[in-house]
Ligand binder design. Sequence first.
Ligand code: DUC
Ligand code: ZN
Ligand code: ZN
Length: 485
Amino acid sequence: MGSFDRVVRGGVVVTGSDTVRADVGITGETITAIGLDLATDGAEVIDAGGLLVLPGGVDPHCHIEQLDPDGSSYEDSFAQASAACFAGGTTSVITFAAQFKGQRLGPVLAEYHRRAAQGMVDYSFHQIINDPFYAVVQEDIPEVVASGVRSLKVFLTYDDVRIDDRQYLRVLAAARRAGAIVTVHAENYDAIGWLTEALLKAGMTAPKYHAWARPTVIEREATHRAIALAELVDQPIQIFHVSGPEPAHEIAAAQDRGLKVWGETCPQYLVLDAADMDRPGFEGAKFVCSPAPRGQAESDGLWQAIRAGTIDIISSDHSGHSFYKEGIGKQRNGTDAPFTRIPNGVPGLAARMPIIFSEGVSKGRIDLQTFVRLTSLNAAKLFGLYPRKGTIAPGADADLVLWDPTRKVTITNNLMQHAIDYTPYEGLEVTGWPQITIARGRVVMQDGVVTAEPGSAKFLARGPYDLIRPRGVLPNGFDASAIMI
Ligand code: DUC
Ligand code: ZN
Ligand code: ZN
């Protein structure tokens, strides 16, 4: 009897730092060896000849079964979303537990745990803070963080969920005390409101005006402010879904000054365009998300920011709203709805890695190691999942994706395996496709067939880690966060 349960044999192993020809030995749920010609006696051999062996993807920003204030939820169940993840090579997600006004966090988080445990993909949460009242800040945030949810998410815009600058400061301070990172949706609430009112008064209500209501400048301003206030509190933050070079420059400037500020972008800002929202009829609603997709110059600028390392994570921001179903999803308010009443977001769990591989590696914009850093390693590091996730190393979870770098695929919705009835990437041709996904040692997807058992997901509790420790640099050396609740 050999020492491995499974051996992935004959592939090219890629991590965030290396590309080597090697076998991977798996014992139980764990990688136990990497080397040439590992003994295979008694082991199941998984042939990786001609394939790349990559760490399973980590998607650190996706909305799954998220509840709306009216009690309805985003369409994908955790089980369906897990299938979509595995189909696209992703084996871990960080999704959201959403607090609404007046709610304590304990029961909110418990409900999302209950839901997520029914899926197959390993998960953690960002705790959304919509209402940082005293008990939430004083008692709940420390408890949530101690339970392993080591990131808080805030919106600086959206009517029902935004927090103002003073509230943002309270959340930053609470995160600093508890040892969590804060992730930020950065757009200027009042400027969007002002522009929106003008557009509606002028009768400009079609989906394409969604982009007019939130031009880049309002994202740049909010990014600048989010960073400045985080500097004031000395609290590490990540700016979510950066849509172009202007907000990316704000992040680069902060990084140049040594601040702990990170940025992510998403495939929609690399391959979609504001013009997509101007398709005939209601079709443009398929592409309505926030920030809005922009144009070629912005996606070129984003690739530059990615190559420079300013943007070091690409998430999906998967937000499933079907397009064709009457009365729900994008049609919730009818097909004549003004842009203000179209649910925001695009689905993308399964499309994320193939699009980034194709647009990045296959088109020569980035190398293989950068692809791994963008799609798994950096998210695992920033959010405290490393080295269990995000790499191929002895002791890491055996989460692997066996990737065919030459396979050409035209993206269609049936390949996405989500509950949503469309993909904004329909018809996009990609080179490079996941052939086998292995999650904690089990083959969970082969040739598009997902075989994982619902209920096999594990919660990924995240303990304290150095990367998100505050720098200890405060204006005047005065730590207001130690005083202000
Ligand atoms: N924007 C978000 O901030 N979240 C979900 C979807 C979207 O478009
Ligand atoms: Zn957002
Ligand atoms: Zn989001």
